[in-house]
Design a protein around this ligand. Structure first.
Ligand code: HEC
Ligand code: HEC
Ligand code: HEC
Ligand code: HEC
Ligand code: HEC
Length: 238
């Protein structure tokens, strides 16, 4: 049903003259900007400013093995690891684990072994590699507690799953949760999507989480607050 709607909306959009598309996207853009301004003022009125990585759970600069640096554990300006295509100047050892995947009879997509961007996270969070295994050094401090997701992902929200609009029902304002303008770069959305070699947009760990803690404070490094399940409702309008 949804696919029919998307198909229709695409052909409708195609039939509109170029000028009208421009006007339409301009209005979507305007409405969105107003909403963003309103939301931003609300956030600044109700909470303190966004935190950043310094002092966050991902700031290991106080650990003896980090030489007082923050970024080096994950990134390096030179001689970066090229194991994962498109990894941002990666310095941490990369996991080689094979994962038990999430499966479900009610899901449209089939899950695949985690792809690049999520493997960066799993290089610490699956518990197979030490947190301090970066650069040339092999460390011995392993992740523990709830932060250790393990190699069994069958009890976790699916990742590396394609976004085919399967979780959005109907055509309406829920579309502008992501689309500011038609044809925008999905890696720049509030919840970013990741593309590999021109393939479909995928959801990865960092679609929901910002490893640099630039989302609201005290929300498990989430990119947006999950108050009232706002994060979930961005993609699942149920
Ligand atoms: C705990 C690991 C970790 C630490 C520490 C870390 N990063 Fe990252 N960084 C990542 C991951 C994973 C990605 C890829 C996911 C993404 O794009 O959000 C990334 C992406 C980036 C990117 C490219 C995408 C973007 O968000 O612009 C930049 C630039 C970056 N990091 C800079 C830094 C700097 C500067 C520091 C130190 C102040 C730092 N990072 C510390 C894990 C880390
Ligand atoms: C970035 C978009 C996105 C966000 C954010 C998101 N989801 Fe999902 N979720 C998906 C996609 C895509 C699937 C796969 C659906 C499919 O293929 O049928 C999925 C799958 C699921 C499933 C499994 C459905 C099944 O049929 O087994 C559940 C349950 C779920 N999500 C709940 C949540 C909850 C709860 C949150 C908030 C913590 C959340 N999702 C946040 C996109 C998202
Ligand atoms: C260099 C290793 C490393 C990498 C890479 C890494 N993390 Fe972490 N992360 C940690 C450690 C260690 C903790 C736990 C700190 C603690 O609880 O003391 C943590 C904690 C977290 C938490 C819990 C936040 C909280 O407030 O409790 C989340 C969420 C998280 N990481 C997500 C990610 C995501 C998503 C990525 C990839 C984009 C990532 N991490 C990459 C080491 C890493
Ligand atoms: C959770 C974020 C999200 C929501 C909500 C969303 N989209 Fe999208 N949409 C995307 C992403 C990501 C792409 C790029 C997909 C790809 O390239 O694989 C996309 C692509 C599209 C495209 C193809 C043209 C383009 O911009 O690349 C159309 C048309 C579209 N969406 C329409 C809609 C409609 C209609 C709705 C509301 C029913 C909607 N979208 C809601 C994320 C979203
Ligand atoms: C669809 C959104 C979504 C995706 C994708 C996602 N997470 Fe999370 N994650 C959350 C939410 C929401 C929470 C907060 C749960 C809570 O507070 O109860 C969370 C919590 C966490 C925590 C804190 C410990 C815990 O279990 O509560 C860690 C660590 C974490 N995520 C790591 C990851 C890693 C690593 C990946 C990729 C393998 C990932 N997340 C993918 C939404 C997501």
């Amino acid at each position: 049903m949804w696919f029919i709607c998307l198909d229709r909306s695409i052909s409708v959009i195609k039939r509109i003259q170029e000028m009208e598309i421009k006007i339409l996207s301009y209005y979507i853009h305007l409405i969105n900007k107003c909403m963003v301004v309103a939301i931003v003022s609300l956030i600044f009125a109700t909470t303190s400013s966004f935190a950043g990585i310094t002092g966050s759970v991902h700031d290991f600069s106080t650990q003896g093995w980090s030489a007082g640096r923050i970024c080096t554990v994950c990134h390096t300006p030179h001689n970066a690891s090229q194991t994962i295509a498109a990894a941002p100047l990666w310095n941490h050892k990369v996991t080689t684990a094979t994962y038990t995947l999430y499966t479900s009879p009610t899901m449209d997509e089939t899950t695949v072994q985690p792809l690049g961007i999520s493997k960066l996270c799993l290089s610490c969070h699956d518990g197979t590699l030490a947190v301090d295994s970066f650069g040339d050094q092999t460390g011995s401090t392993f992740i523990s507690g709830e932060a250790n997701i393990g190699t069994d992902l069958s009890n976790d929200h699916p990742i590396s799953v394609s976004w085919t609009h399967q979780t959005i029902v109907g055509f309406g304002p829920q579309c502008t949760n992501c689309h500011d303008q038609i044809g925008e770069d999905p890696s720049k959305f509030v919840l970013p999507f990741y593309k590999y070699a021109g393939g479909p947009a995928k959801i990865e760990c960092s679609s929901c989480h910002d490893p640099h803690n630039n989302g609201p404070p005290n929300e498990k490094l989430l990119r947006m607050s999950n108050n009232g399940s706002a994060l979930c409702l961005t993609c699942h309008n149920r």
